[in-house]
Design a protein around this ligand. Structure first.
Ligand code: HEC
Ligand code: HEC
Ligand code: HEC
Ligand code: HEC
Ligand code: HEC
Ligand code: HEC
Ligand code: HEC
Ligand code: HEC
Ligand code: HEC
Ligand code: HEC
Length: 441
């Protein structure tokens, strides 16, 4: 009733959680500002934000704030005004970079005759995240082949390794306890048999994650068995029919954290009902309208098959040109060869390779490779995909050109990029002329 207009595509799912942003009725602009920072601060920091608030608190830049008060997020990202919101919830006219950088043509010969509204064109600069676009990075990767050898994504780290590094126990048991399911849901022998069959071929069965680990309502006490393996003192009563993501969280915290940050899980993160496919703002298959999002949307109990999760599951819901062109693309064909067993898994390119990449993180002294379950983290601006994804297999230049080509994205990368972004050429030109001695690459 009090909502003054439609909330932007980024936040539409949590529109009804007013106090996620309006944390207090008092306090003025700082209240909303700190809400933005609470949810987005870390991601901007990791992206080494090129225009952080501190830049504008510097007295030497005070004149710029008169032009545009860039200390506040809402100067550029207003809310409840979907009509004026462009890509990424931006509510500013496109030539706004020029208002602060009008003398760039004098400073840099390469920029002399560029149009005012071209600074933030695809592949040139972003306002926040320039991790794949800054000058030294362009120079460092100037001479790479379009197709690298080997062209592979890294292998995932085993959970046991992560558990050892993080110092937590994976509670397992030698007993299957499927009989408890039979007692609990009497008359459903087939369902139980199917569950048992699927489960017995899964990684969970191989590692002793049994029926009650997920289906027991209450966790019993942890006890050590004769082989010093920690097992649950299992409760045989209170069979939970549909275990929620909170059960998975016991062992897969990173995946759950990521899931809750993106559009698949953001409603659950705010204690709202799960996202329903029919409430989506982007193209979805109508027959999936009733589906609600959780871990099982992609992993389906009880096989937990990660290969099907990486392509087939997505296609049950998503429905744009881009999505539907996937299997016919060169990447889709590579993946078919993986499925046919004539290529190594790591050479394949799935929907998940780009949208849920395997990321390398350092925990203590260990390098861990895990799947990023926030499929929005690298989506926009799309240059965020360059470093963690494309550059595993392609050159920087090829990646920049490909991602700047909207038609190529629509065809799901079928064919060569049809335009060339001159960023690397310009960096090389300037480098050759200035003879810089402070090269950091
Ligand atoms: C994702 C964050 C977010 C959510 C969720 C949200 N708002 Fe807002 N809202 C904003 C922002 C940002 C502004 C603009 C503040 C400004 O321009 O200074 C705003 C402005 C408003 C205003 C205009 C008055 C003002 O303070 O400027 C009203 C009224 C309002 N929101 C009501 C609501 C209601 C009611 C809900 C829940 C049904 C809601 N909002 C949910 C972010 C949000
Ligand atoms: C001067 C305008 C301006 C201000 C101020 C601003 N942004 Fe942005 N923001 C942009 C533009 C432009 C984009 C589009 C992508 C780009 O160029 O980086 C964007 C994109 C984003 C994105 C999408 C993902 C990404 O990494 O780019 C998020 C999230 C975001 N802004 C959050 C914030 C937050 C939080 C604040 C306040 C701390 C803020 N922005 C302040 C202009 C601004
Ligand atoms: C309660 C957490 C929360 C708050 C508060 C919040 N956001 Fe967001 N925001 C999200 C989530 C979740 C998404 C969707 C996932 C994504 O795009 O990363 C999102 C999306 C966005 C996007 C769109 C990114 C894209 O890819 O299109 C922008 C821009 C943005 N937020 C800026 C802001 C600004 C500015 C504020 C403060 C007015 C704010 N957010 C407040 C959680 C929040
Ligand atoms: C409100 C003023 C303002 C706006 C609007 C603005 N900038 Fe900046 N920008 C600055 C300031 C201040 C600096 C730091 C001092 C300098 O380099 O002039 C800076 C620095 C930069 C840098 C150097 C970054 C670095 O990490 O050293 C680039 C590139 C840049 N801006 C591009 C852009 C682009 C592209 C846009 C539009 C999407 C934009 N700026 C919009 C004020 C602004
Ligand atoms: C890793 C966690 C996990 C393990 C281990 C597990 N389950 Fe499940 N099970 C689930 C989840 C989650 C659901 C809900 C599925 C859904 O929402 O579609 C479920 C659903 C079920 C159902 C209802 C099926 C249906 O289609 O409605 C049965 C019966 C079942 N499990 C039996 C078992 C049996 C028997 C075992 C051991 C052999 C077992 N489960 C092991 C997570 C697990
Ligand atoms: C008691 C701990 C535990 C719980 C609870 C648990 N898992 Fe697992 N899960 C494991 C272990 C151990 C593996 C083996 C993976 C490995 O060694 O890297 C695994 C593997 C997986 C895999 C990868 C399978 C593969 O083929 O590589 C998926 C997907 C998965 N779990 C999803 C879930 C989901 C979804 C839930 C919640 C319904 C869940 N798990 C609950 C311990 C658990
Ligand atoms: C949008 C689809 C999707 C959803 C939703 C999803 N996953 Fe995944 N998950 C995948 C894909 C795809 C892979 C494998 C990617 C690969 O092999 O590169 C994966 C891998 C995993 C793995 C393997 C271990 C690793 O290295 O990360 C675990 C564990 C897992 N998921 C747990 C979960 C849990 C728990 C949830 C719910 C919070 C969840 N997943 C929700 C698609 C999904
Ligand atoms: C059960 C249905 C379902 C499945 C399965 C599913 N998604 Fe989604 N996906 C959604 C919904 C619903 C949204 C939210 C759309 C919205 O808010 O408008 C979404 C959002 C997204 C977005 C963000 C779109 C945006 O514009 O911000 C991406 C990217 C995405 N999904 C990729 C995938 C990938 C990749 C897979 C498979 C690994 C997958 N999805 C599996 C339903 C699904
Ligand atoms: C080679 C990398 C790559 C592959 C493979 C890929 N995508 Fe994308 N996807 C992108 C890029 C880049 C965008 C555009 C982001 C932007 O600029 O807005 C995108 C956009 C999207 C979007 C949001 C816009 C839309 O079309 O609705 C969804 C959802 C999505 N992809 C799902 C999928 C699914 C599902 C698959 C597999 C069938 C897939 N993608 C395969 C790179 C990829
Ligand atoms: C795991 C490696 C891998 C990753 C990651 C990858 N690609 Fe590719 N890509 C390939 C291979 C190999 C081919 C050639 C396939 C063939 O022709 O059989 C290819 C082909 C292409 C083509 C078509 C070229 C042509 O001439 O038809 C484009 C465009 C492309 N990739 C863009 C991208 C972009 C953009 C990304 C990042 C979002 C990306 N790729 C990520 C391996 C990868």
């Amino acid at each position: 009733m009090y909502l003054i207009g439609e909330t932007t595509h980024g936040h539409h799912q949590i529109e009804m959680a007013c106090n996620a942003c309006h944390t207090s009725a008092f306090g003025g602009p700082e209240v909303i500002q700190s809400a933005c920072i609470d949810c987005h601060g870390e991601e901007l920091e990791l992206a080494k934000d090129s225009h952080p608030k501190t830049k504008f608190s510097d007295p030497r830049n005070a004149d710029r704030i008169d032009i545009l008060d860039a200390r506040y997020c809402v100067t550029c990202h207003k809310e409840h005004n979907e009509e004026i919101a462009g890509d990424m919830g931006l509510t500013l006219p496109e030539d706004y970079c020029f208002r602060c950088h009008e003398d760039i043509g004098e400073e840099r010969e390469t920029h002399k005759d560029l149009p005012f509204d071209s600074c933030a064109s695809a592949g040139c600069h972003n306002y926040h995240d320039n991790l794949a676009l800054y000058e030294d990075f362009l120079l460092k990767h100037a001479d790479e082949p379009d197709f690298k050898h080997p062209a592979v994504t890294p292998a995932r780290t085993k959970l046991a390794t992560l558990a050892a590094v993080r110092n937590f126990a994976i509670m397992t048991s030698d007993q299957v306890h499927a009989d408890v399911a039979l007692d609990a849901i009497a008359g459903q022998e087939e369902l139980v048999a199917q569950a048992h069959h699927d489960w017995s071929q899964s990684q969970h069965a191989h590692t002793g994650v049994n029926c009650l680990t997920c289906h027991a309502a209450e966790e019993g006490e942890a006890v050590e068995d004769d082989n010093n393996v920690t097992v649950l003192g299992l409760q045989t009563s209170n069979w939970v029919e549909k275990p929620s993501y909170e059960v998975c969280q016991k062992c897969h915290t990173d995946q759950v954290d990521g899931f809750l940050l993106g559009k698949h899980g953001m409603r659950l993160a705010h204690s709202l009902s799960p996202m329903k496919v029919s409430d989506a703002k982007i193209m979805m298959k109508t027959e999936a309208g009733h589906e609600e999002l959780d871990c099982m949307s992609c992993h389906s109990a009880h096989r937990f098959d990660t290969v099907a999760a990486a392509t087939d599951s997505c296609l049950t819901c998503h429905d744009s040109e881009h999505v539907n062109n996937y299997w016919g693309s060169p990447h889709g064909k590579l993946q078919q060869e993986v499925l046919a067993g004539v290529r190594a898994t790591e050479e394949g390119v799935t929907c998940a390779t780009c949208h849920m990449p395997r990321i390398e993180v350092s925990i203590g002294d260990s390098q861990i490779v895990m799947v990023n379950h926030n499929q929005n983290e690298n989506l926009r601006p799309n240059e965020k995909m360059i470093r963690p994804v494309c550059m595993k297999c392609h050159s920087l230049e090829f990646s920049i050109d490909a991602l700047a080509d909207d038609e190529l994205i629509e065809s799901n990368f079928t064919g060569q990029p049809q335009q060339h972004i001159r960023s690397i050429d310009m960096a090389l030109e300037r480098d050759a002329k200035t003879n810089r001695t402070d090269k950091a690459y």
